[in-house]
Write a protein that binds this ligand. Structure first.
Ligand SMILES: Cc1cc2nc3c(=O)[nH]c(=O)nc-3n(C[C@H](O)[C@H](O)[C@H](O)COP(=O)(O)OP(=O)(O)OC[C@H]3O[C@@H](n4cnc5c(N)ncnc54)[C@H](O)[C@@H]3O)c2cc1C
Length: 402
């Protein structure tokens, strides 16, 4: 029997989850505040807070999930595999390298353009008969009783009232649904803003990803389709971002990158427009409440330092769909509250590990104390020589440990 589920929020997580549910033969209504574009042309312009100029490092586990959904062949047209990862600190001797070949894997994951990911997911959602997509609709109220979750929404001036046995809130970091349920958050502002752009370098990237810890912040340079294109994510101190934004600052930005990276990537020749994202960690105090479950950034928003946020959400979504399928095999109630609590409990270990890891990398590398710097350098060197550490970290980064 088909059960109806409502998802609020059609960002990267909401769309991916809707497709996973449809594959499990679970019908879903997906509500999204923005009006999606029509894609009648070949335009790949960013159009949405999720599917913007950013690129996402997808772990091998996320790639596997898209393979299972039959989407990877299309997605990989705008993706680049990561064959090596180099971690270094500016003005320091420590360095660490991970090589896919040495770890006996094809790659450590793939970097994909968010605008492409969004376009492919949306196209697929529109073709899927088990998904009813309602866009341009703002959810304005959420309540629940023992049997149903109820929402009120506005589509332009038109009011909508809907109910479902299960409501999945994937409505982002500032989740309206989470607030409507009175679920608090544990929030930490990193006092940083991520500068995101695409650059061109004189040396080909050779599918190498760099993580460089500089006094300004941890700088990630990831390979993109096209031999010389690289994605930049550079968290800088909040308040200093204007120095790097704006069309007349291109040369200044390129010079700063050059200084931070040295000549590993050759000359930084061109830069695209820079975008900025304030960085904070926002963790919901609980993720399941009655017939509602929080997913994606609504459940946990983390620092992008290690490119783990969306990958973690994909693993959550995968496990949730498995729990729902098992639930339907034994009961007709797809939103059974105890099952949702069990889902949350099952995900906590993986979530806490990733959250702790990302948070300690940011805090650990931000401190310029010389003794801490020495410890970090020794740590990076040890990473390169101590047997057993690399496969552990590599598995973890690839998202295969969950
Ligand atoms: C700079 C940066 C780089 C990153 N890089 C990586 C990376 O390399 N790898 C990785 O794994 N992760 C990365 N992340 C994390 C990743 O971007 C997030 O995990 C992901 O975007 C979360 O998506 P989401 O769908 O949960 O939330 P969102 O993208 O915020 O989507 C929420 C959706 O809900 C809709 N919505 C909100 N309120 C309502 C309402 N009331 N009614 C209806 N709809 C509503 C919004 O319009 C939106 O479409 C990065 C993050 C940043 C900031």
């Amino acid at each position: 029997m088909q059960q109806e589920v409502i998802i609020v929020g059609g960002g990267m997580v909401g769309l991916s989850l809707a497709l996973m549910l449809a594959k499990a033969k679970i019908a879903v209504k997906l509500l999204e505040a923005i009006q999606y574009p029509n894609y009648e042309d070949a335009d790949l312009a960013p159009y949405h807070s999720s599917f913007d100029a950013r690129n996402s490092a997808l772990s091998r586990r996320s790639v596997q999930i898209y393979q299972e959904l039959g989407l990877w062949d299309v997605l990989q047209q705008h993706a680049t595999p990561i064959l090596q990862v180099h971690i270094t600190e500016q003005d320091s001797f420590g360095k660490a390298r991970l090589l896919a070949e040495q770890e006996k894997v094809e790659n450590f994951g793939q970097v994909i353009e968010n605008a492409w990911l969004g376009r492919v997911l949306l196209t697929q959602v529109r073709q899927q008969p088990l998904i009813e997509l309602i866009d341009g609709v703002q959810v304005t109220a959420l309540t629940q009783d023992q049997d149903y979750a109820y929402i009120k929404a506005l589509r332009g001036q038109q009011p909508l009232s809907l109910q479902a046995k299960l409501l999945i809130a994937a409505d982002g970091r500032d989740s309206f649904c989470r607030q409507a349920l009175g679920i608090g958050v544990d929030e930490h502002d990193y006092d940083q803003v991520a500068i995101v752009t695409t650059v061109q370098t004189s040396k080909p990237h050779q599918q190498v990803g760099f993580e460089r810890f500089s006094p300004l912040g941890p700088l990630a340079l990831l390979p993109l389709p096209g031999e010389y294109r690289r994605s930049v994510v550079w968290p800088v101190k909040k308040g200093t971002e204007q120095e790097w934004l704006g069309d007349d600052n291109d040369q200044h930005f390129l010079a700063a990158l050059q200084q931070a990276y040295g000549d590993r990537a050759g000359k930084f020749q061109k830069t695209g427009k820079r975008f900025s994202y304030p960085l904070s960690q926002v963790l919901a105090e609980k993720q399941a409440s009655g017939r509602v479950v929080l997913m994606g950034n609504a459940a946990h928003t983390i620092h992008p330092v290690a490119g783990q946020g969306f990958n973690l959400c994909m693993r959550d979504a995968y496990v949730l769909v498995r729990s729902l399928t098992e639930q339907l095999a034994k009961s007709s109630d797809i939103g059974e509250p105890r099952m949702l609590l069990a889902y949350e409990a099952a995900r906590l270990t993986d979530q806490q590990r990733v959250i702790k890891f990302c948070d300690s990398v940011v805090r650990g590398f931000s401190n310029q104390n010389p003794i801490l710097k020495l410890i970090r350098n020794t740590g990076l060197l040890a990473f390169d020589v101590v047997p057993g550490i690399k496969p552990l970290i590599a598995n973890y980064a690839m998202g295969l440990k969950a």
